[in-house]
Design a protein around this ligand. Structure first.
Ligand code: AMP
Ligand code: ZN
Length: 462
């Protein structure tokens, strides 16, 4: 049975779907105003991994992932109808319409996630196409006394009407400090921590409502969509850890208040990606896109493998070196799988497969799973046919396309330009017992991607 770390209970919890054969999972999707960076992509991988591990237990998942194409403001802490919408701001910068921008980056998001072998969620509702659901939910919350409209047509959630606010992040209402705005707390709020469900405005991309014209707040869309597409009992909700507060606290308050019970059973959050030691974010200027990885000649699935080398709950410090190393491992495994496929197939190595499955079940311990796989790769006591079947079986979860080289003609390695001369020079240095020169030349060859191996018969390379 799969166990996951539940952010709210702060412990490992067994995952037992409310419906024995189908697990319902909601995962916060992208705001489609720019390309997703590989940090974002790691967060989206979390639900894909959970779904693949559950498949091994014969549990099907129904996943809903929203596409935010309106309502996510540059600063979403406070209501501010004049505050820039991320999509509208980008549309102005690129001289295109808001919907053009949104659809363009949504397509890019789909290309990236499919290049990383993430399964397409069953439901991918867009905010602009589910405004009616949000208006219905807000109406209900107003009728129940959990929300109130103010004079400009904005609607706030009454935070104090939801006593268990803060259980996910630990940010209880009585400990929250009034906002960071210089103007102070919006005087229309009954309480400083109330947040906007709807923002009165007549800018572009606004809709009529019983309270006036405006656009939805970001948090309400996830409540409205999850309740509509998955129902009142959702087994797992995932997202990056920065979404714990306020996004997930606000979503939890809205959803639970509207139905009178906890909607989400387990909240699961992924840690962030650093690149060269700094948080990957536009503001720190160290954003790496999947297209950058491909432009460097690496397989996009090397990124997936680099993610799997760390548990989702560990901070991951990516570097170009780790990505190159993952790419080499990926290519080697595919080649070995192709070699093993020359032998007759044999039953999977059950002891190895069980150890890997146990690691997956243990809060997605993918680093341990990969260590066991490396052990199996080297274990000559296991027949090639059995290693083949075990790798392919585990690839259902890993999603690394390990079978792609089967049947292809073997790759004849080609030396990069200049390497033949270096190899020749090194052979001469060794003949002259000039070990310093030999080592220097080996390093130079390594920097070209050529690994030199010294054998009794002289040097060879790979
Ligand atoms: P955003 O576009 O900022 O709303 O982020 C989309 C998703 O990516 C959210 O689930 C964030 O938690 C997640 N995220 C943002 N930055 C990082 C990062 N550096 N590493 C991992 N996940 C991130
Ligand atoms: Zn969300």
């Amino acid at each position: 049975m799969l166990r996951l770390y539940d952010t709210r209970s702060r412990q490992l919890e067994p995952i037992v779907p409310a419906n024995a054969r189908v697990l319902r999972m909601y995962t916060c999707g992208p705001t489609v105003y720019r390309y997703a960076h590989v940090g974002n992509l790691r967060s989206y991988l979390l639900s894909d991994l959970i779904r693949r591990v559950l498949e091994q237990h014969r549990v099907r998942s129904v996943v809903c992932q929203n596409i935010t194409d309106v309502g996510h403001l540059v600063d979403d802490e406070e209501i501010d109808p004049t505050g820039e919408d991320k999509v509208l701001q980008q549309a102005r910068r690129e001289g295109r319409s808001a919907l053009e921008i949104a659809r363009f980056y949504e397509d890019a998001f789909r290309r990236d996630t499919s290049a990383l072998n993430m399964r397409t969620p069953e439901h991918t509702p867009r905010a602009t196409e589910t405004i009616g659901l949000m208006i219905d939910l807000i109406t209900k919350l107003i009728e129940m006394g959990h929300a109130y409209a103010v004079d400009d047509g904005s609607v706030f959630f009454d935070a104090r009407s939801f006593p268990t606010y803060g259980e996910i992040s630990g940010n209880r209402l009585d400990a929250l400090k009034p906002g960071h705005r210089v103007e102070g707390v919006d005087p229309r709020k009954r309480f400083h921590a109330d947040w906007a469900l709807w923002k009165g405005s007549d800018r572009e991309m606004t809709w009529e409502t019983p309270w006036g014209r405006g656009f939805p707040g970001w948090h309400i869309e996830c409540s409205a969509m999850s309740l509509r597409f998955l129902g009142e009992h959702i087994d797992i909700h995932t997202g990056g850890k920065d979404l714990r507060f306020p996004h997930h606290e606000d979503e939890r308050a809205q959803s639970n208040a509207s139905v009178g019970h906890d909607v989400v059973k387990h909240w699961v959050h992924g840690e962030h990606v650093l690149f060269d030691g700094r948080k990957m974010a536009k503001s720190t200027g160290n954003v790496v896109l999947l297209s950058d990885v491909e432009a460097a000649g690496l397989d996009p699935l090397a990124v997936r493998l680099a993610f799997l080398e760390h548990r989702y709950r560990q901070q991951l410090n990516l570097t170009w070196d780790t990505l190159h190393a993952a790419d080499r491992t990926l290519r080697r495994w595919r080649q070995r799988v192709a070699e093993w496929a020359e032998s007759p197939s044999e039953p999977i190595a059950a002891a190895y497969a069980d150890r890997v499955q146990t690691a997956f079940d243990d809060d997605l311990d993918t680093p341990t799973a990969l260590r066991v796989l490396r052990e199996l790769e080297r274990d000559e006591t296991v027949s090639p046919g059995s290693r083949l079947e075990t790798f392919l079986h585990l690839d259902h979860v890993l999603g690394l396309d390990l079978a792609v080289d089967i049947g292809k003609p073997p790759v004849v390695p080609v030396l990069p330009p200049g390497a033949a001369e270096l190899l020749e020079a090194r052979a001469q240095a060794r003949a002259a017992t000039d070990w310093a020169a030999s080592d220097r030349l080996r390093d130079e060859l390594a920097s070209l991607g050529v690994k030199v191996i010294d054998t009794a018969e002289g040097q060879t390379w790979s």
